[in-house]
Design a protein. Structure first.
Ligand code: SF4
Length: 265
């Protein structure tokens, strides 16, 4: 059974589910229509994963403040974490695992608020499936890509022609909506107020990562590396179907953030 079939079977058995919607969703879907469609599918609640990203940020900032000489490499990107484990095992101790990824932090929020529901993370990433299965099996997260969600919508014939008035996130937050773009963690967590510019490196795109990791190993002054495996960040993840350019995707995230500031500050 694949994850599309698994999700369909869960809905057909009336299992209680809560949707965790990744912050890259505006690349593929409009708001609030996406929330209305997810509720129509049968999700009991829909949570913006940006809410978990706030926890990630707090945990990363706390790590850096606690020990002024400690050095970290960000760990929310499941693809990058797997790259480090395979090709740079000597750097595993630097991964900031003490901070949950936004998906994991949001799943913990969901477990607390909706303890009877299984969390279903919906996002742009296939590697998140491995993060859920291998690293946090106790949270029992089903991970769907946007492509897979479209297949589930298709199966239940939930199209775009539905009334979305009044649809809104059950848990939302404004401060981290640029998270899926490169540098999103550094900018939204206020790390520039904790570290000097020369102590931070931001990189995205798997081809660009080795040079930064090599610099991190050579230069002990670098205290934090903010890494996303996909070029430009999660807005360019492999689970997205889109013909939009990277700039257009960034604009969609920025527009969404602006439009939501008033609704969910
Ligand atoms: S940058 Fe790519 S591999 Fe990393 S979490 Fe985002 S979509 Fe997944």
């Amino acid at each position: 059974m694949n994850d599309i079939e698994r999700c369909i079977a869960l809905f057909e058995s009336k299992a209680p589910l809560v949707a965790l919607l990744a912050p890259s969703f505006p690349v593929c879907y409009s708001y609030p229509l996406i929330v209305a469609r997810l509720k129509k599918l049968g999700f009991k609640a829909v949570i913006e994963v940006s809410a978990g990203a706030v926890k990630t940020n707090e945990q990363v900032a706390a790590l850096l403040k606690k020990n002024p000489t400690a050095r970290y490499i960000s760990s929310p990107c499941a693809g990058f974490v797997r790259m480090v484990r395979k090709s740079y095992p000597q750097l595993v101790p630097f991964l900031a695992f003490a901070a949950d990824s936004p998906m994991i932090a949001t799943a913990r929020i969901a477990k607390e608020k909706y303890p009877d529901c299984q969390p279903v993370f919906i996002g742009p990433c296939f590697a998140k499936k491995l993060e859920g299965l291998e690293d946090y099996p106790d949270l029992n997260i089903l991970v769907l890509t946007y492509k897979e969600l479209d297949a589930v919508f298709g199966h239940f014939k939930v199209g775009e022609n539905i009334d979305a008035s009044g649809a809104t996130f059950d848990i939302a937050t404004a401060s981290t909506r640029i998270y899926p773009m490169d540098g999103g963690l550094t900018i939204t967590s206020g790390l520039k107020g904790i570290l000097k510019d020369e102590e931070i490196r931001i990189v995205s795109g798997y081809k660009n990562i080795p040079a930064v990791l090599e610099e991190f190993q050579r230069n002990p002054k670098i205290r934090f590396v903010d890494v996303l495996f996909c070029e430009g960040g999660c807005i360019n993840g492999p689970g997205i179907i889109s013909t939009l350019s990277l700039d257009e995707r960034k604009r969609r995230i920025a527009d969404y953030q602006k439009s939501m500031d008033a609704e969910h500050p």
